[in-house]
Ligand binder design. Structure first.
Ligand code: ATP
Length: 362
């Protein structure tokens, strides 16, 4: 099922100041293709949950329409939209067993949709198998680990075979290892079922690792949508460049003069545009130590974390509120001159230039 959002906007009266309007979702106008896993990504308060709530019908839009394939679902109540929803806190019923929790959405079906007990249990077992918890059917939620509870919540969301599955920060309550396992499970389940799935997270690594497409939003506005690697390597603006990547991209004050991009007096690229002040953003993996390189930074220290070796440096034009990090191969030779400067060659495609006027890519 594809999801089409047409000029979708949601405004709230601010919780803090009744005279203020908060635009949680601002003119979303795009299509989410059928059968894909979409990572919806952005900082806290940017409108991710509101987007999901609009799609599933828990919130009414202020403006705009929502279509599932060609069907306008904007005025349909949540229970008639065929959407499965999984929340961060699992929302399981503590007094019910795993089986009863999973079966719950089927209990209140009416008319032709109503199922007999045996069919319900059969469906519950199928959903439980999909998330690999079929051995836990008679346990109560408090007898399960966080990851297992989350899988029960996913099975419950899947039991009505929804056309759309919405997952709102489903992994936030899990420890690092379980998070990794559960996100792989979600990827597998999504592939097996082919259900169009939107996965909300503020963890960019999580979104990038399992999504077919990511949507980056800020302050209710869609910033960029695309395949994770494409968004990472071709950010359309400074916000997206800064939001994706660990360690984060290094940002410098720079300028363009006669088609050359400068940081201080050193040339770091070329752009065929008029002379202007710019931001130059350089990915940590763009730096290659090279005594003949054109760009120099003041050497501070070398850090090794697991596989990565980072050279930590400073530069007077750097405006990030963290040290400059260059990720280099572990056998890279670090040579500094008498002024403690280390020289780098820069990989061109990992140096991004943004306008100082609107922060869009140049
Ligand atoms: P988080 O990652 O912290 O969950 P989010 O990206 O999911 O954040 P939303 O919960 O969608 O963000 O909120 C977007 C904006 O809308 C925020 O400024 C929030 O305070 C505001 N907001 C959300 N729901 C309401 C509401 N019912 N009434 C007033 N303001 C709201």
């Amino acid at each position: 099922m594809k999801i089409v959002l047409k000029h979708l906007t949601k405004q709230f009266i601010s919780r803090h100041n009744k005279k203020e309007i908060v635009t949680a979702v601002n003119d979303f106008d795009f299509e989410i293709p059928d059968g894909k896993l979409i990572g919806l990504l952005g900082p806290s308060g940017c409108g991710k949950s509101t987007t999901l709530n609009l799609i599933c019908g828990l919130e009414e839009p202020t403006e705009g329409r929502i279509y599932f394939d060609d069907l306008d679902v904007t005025d349909l109540p949540p229970e008639n939209r065929g959407v499965g929803m999984v929340f961060q806190n699992y929302a399981l019923y503590p007094h019910l067993s795993v089986r009863q929790n999973i079966v719950f959405p089927l209990e209140n079906l009416k008319g032709e949709q109503k199922l007999d007990r045996e069919s319900m249990n059969q469906r519950a077992l199928e959903a439980a198998k999909l998330v690999q918890i079929e051995e836990l059917m008679e346990r109560k939620p408090n007898e399960l680990s966080g990851g297992q509870q989350q899988r029960v919540a996913i099975a419950r969301a899947l039991i009505k075979t929804p056309g759309v599955l919405l997952l709102d920060e489903p992994l936030s309550n899990l420890d690092a290892r379980l998070r990794l396992q559960t996100r792989e499970q979600i990827r597998r389940i999504q592939k097996e079922t082919g259900i169009t799935t939107i996965f909300v997270t503020h963890d960019q690594e999580e979104a990038m690792s399992i999504s077919d497409l990511i949507i980056v939003m800020e302050k209710g506005v869609l910033q960029q949508m695309g395949e994770p690697q494409e968004v990472y390597s071709k950010p359309v603006n400074l916000f997206v460049a800064k939001f994706l990547g660990t360690p984060a991209i290094n940002v410098f004050d720079g300028y363009i003069k006669k088609h050359k991009v400068y940081i201080g007096k050193e040339v770091v690229g070329e752009r065929k545009v008029s002379d202007q002040e710019v931001y130059v953003a350089i990915r940590p993996e763009a730096f290659v130590p090279d005594t003949k390189g054109k760009f120099s930074c003041e050497y501070d220290r070398t850090e090794t974390t697991g596989r990565d070796t980072s050279i930590v440096t400073h530069h007077e034009k750097c405006i990030s509120d963290y040290d400059i990090r260059a990720i280099v191969s572990s056998d890279a030779k670090i040579v500094t001159d008498k002024n403690n400067l280390i020289r780098f060659r820069l990989k061109d495609d990992k140096v991004h230039v943004f306008s100082k006027v609107d922060e869009k890519v140049i």
